[in-house]
Write a protein that binds this ligand. Sequence first.
Ligand code: UDP
Ligand code: MG
Length: 320
Amino acid sequence: MPTPAPTVTLSIVIPMFNEEAVLPLLVERLRPLADGLDTAYEVVAVDDGSSDATPVILERLRREWAQLRIVRLRANAGHQAAISAGLHRARGDYVVTLDADLQDPPEVIAEMLRIAREDHVDVVYGVREDRSTDTAFKRWSAGLFYRSIRRLGAIDAPVDAGDYRLMSRATVDAINSLPEHNRVLRFVVPGLGFPSGSVGYTREVRAAGTSKYPLAKMIRLSVDSVTGFSHAPLRFATWLGLLGGLAALGVLVYAVIARLIGHALPGWTSTVVIVSAVGAVQLLALGILGEYVGRMYAVMQARPTYFIAHDSLDQLDSHR
Ligand code: UDP
Ligand code: MG
């Protein structure tokens, strides 16, 4: 008789890119914790195209840790894409995403699970209460990042919540159904509108190895965050066009007066008026294009536009 597929209640998804230095430390700390949870679990290690010994170490670890799964990406896809790959592969009723470098203490997982079960919430955010171990630059840039996104996107993402969070199966299925590329999950998840809770923790220093987030990747993440949630940059041309139109009108009045009182060179009036008017019209046209591009982009992202929390008809059905 075939052995039944093991039930997995909790999946721990860990993206890792060249994390050979930290892997042994991670396992040493995570494994006793996971084993002690009293819950069937799997660890989904997403090897994001590492070029160091990460895959070798993972294979070795898997031989003596049955709950460890390795999902290897062909090439480095980036932190967010690696998490997405892990979410697609995870089988648990609950899924936790966790960085490999032990900056987010795995001890918090037990608390997240408890909150999800007792408070019946779908998402439990890990919120960094104390970032004193981060560099001043990281804290400043992160502060600017979260504030700007809030202003631009009108999205209610918890400040200082990174990618350490627990999600229910329903949440993970919802994320998996979105076709959107280059998404920044920490802003997508709150936008899905599931009931949520949070647990605070102190961010620790990277246990070993160096950051895999150079400035270029941080900038990429910021651009993806803004463009993923806001059409403000597209609208910018519309506003510039309108302002340009007003300015062109002012120039027109000024040029006509200058002409009437004889201060203008022949040909100057028409040149100035035409140049400023054409500039304004072009910007306006760009802005209008931007509005349509924004609409197409929203359709492509295919995020739900509303969430039904409850329908009394369904309740009647379930009572039958
Ligand atoms: N990571 C990844 N792919 C990348 C970059 C990073 O999977 O292209 C992983 C990395 O191994 C770590 C997590 O994403 O588990 C967060 O990266 P890191 O700790 O280097 O970022 P920082 O904490 O410095 O912002
Ligand atoms: Mg880190």
